[in-house]
Design a protein around this ligand. Structure first.
Ligand code: AMP
Ligand code: MN
Ligand code: MN
Ligand code: MN
Length: 291
């Protein structure tokens, strides 16, 4: 049987708009068989999602999406099948969340000083119900206040590099993020590689570094990849001997151009990340990966 996998999604534990339980329910309705919750810099939603998945008979994968700075560039590393109790992972993520809090204060200061927009921190916090504050929460506040038509427009106007509310930050080091994930028994996967808009030389350098520090997978199919980008990422997976993953990067009905359970199949020729999980799924509980 061909199972439907979605291995990259968000809940209210970070910047998604559905609770973990609502997310799992919607994934089930949309025909997803195997779902990973991969919130930004937190594993707080996993227990609720796992329980909802068990009730609905959906296979659930403990995941996370870690913010990394590589060569001055923001890169996201997804961890799949992680044990959220692993101390270095917990501590690493807690430090990133603290950095997010500091950044949020600075974003609000800049929006006030440069754009005359007051109350952005409190406004963004009304949208952030978990312990992670994200630019997405600021974007929702800015739309609510009429500073743009939608989230994409306010990102372009205020929240991207070079814009008044953008604050450059140093996130985790690539090797640290990979080592927290592997230490937690998980597999590290480069998220939506085409989104970084790197030249192919630079992307190859990133993938080489990633592989060199123990990274194992790459999102070939992503909600933010075009067909051509998917094809290009297949080439990179094969060249670097990386396993292929697929995920929508669903954030809830707030971004209606992405839906759960609507991903194309992984292209022929790649080795899916789940080929390495056969033993775990059979055993029912996540265990350390056979290396
Ligand atoms: P942060 O991790 O706090 O820097 O926020 C990044 C998040 O903002 C991403 O995970 C997306 O959810 C969202 N995001 C980033 N860029 C855009 C964009 N151009 N339009 C809409 N959402 C975006
Ligand atoms: Mn996000
Ligand atoms: Mn991401
Ligand atoms: Mn994501």
């Amino acid at each position: 049987m061909n199972l439907h996998y979605d291995l990259h999604t968000h809940s209210t534990a970070s910047d998604g708009t559905l609770t973990p339980q609502e997310l799992v329910t919607r994934a089930h309705e949309q025909g997803v068989d195997v779902l990973a919750l991969t919130d930004h810099d937190t594993t707080e939603g996993l227990a609720e999602a796992a329980q909802a998945a068990a009730e609905l008979g959906l296979q659930f994968v403990n995941g996370v999406e870690i913010s990394v700075t590589w060569n001055g560039q923001l890169v996201h590393i997804v961890g799949l099948q992680v044990d959220p109790a692993h101390a270095p992972l917990r501590e690493g993520l807690a430090a990133l969340r603290a950095r997010r809090d500091e950044r949020a204060e600075e974003v609000a200061r800049r929006l006030e000083k440069k754009c005359g927009i007051a109350g952005a921190l409190a406004g963004a916090r009304t949208h952030a119900t978990g312990s992670v504050i994200s630019r997405a929460h600021f974007a929702r506040f800015l739309v609510e206040q009429g500073h743009g038509r939608d989230v994409r427009e306010v990102f372009d106007r205020y929240l991207t590099p070079g814009k008044p509310g953008y604050v450059a930050m140093e996130w985790a080091a690539l090797e640290d993020a990979v080592s927290w994930i592997r230490g937690a028994g998980g597999m590290a996967v480069i998220a939506h590689p085409a989104r970084y808009k790197l030249t192919s030389t630079k992307l190859r350098r990133l993938l080489g570094d990633f592989k060199g520090c123990g990274g194992e997978g790459i999102e070939v199919v992503s909600g933010s990849h075009s067909r051509d980008e998917c094809h290009a990422m297949l080439g990179h997976a094969l060249r670097f001997g990386l396993l292929a993953s697929c995920g929508s990067d669903y954030h809830g009905p707030v971004t209606p151009w992405v839906e759960l359970g609507r991903l194309p199949a992984l292209p022929q020729g790649c080795v899916p990340v789940w080929e390495r999980w056969a033993a775990w799924n059979g055993a029912g509980a996540p265990q350390a990966l056979a290396r």
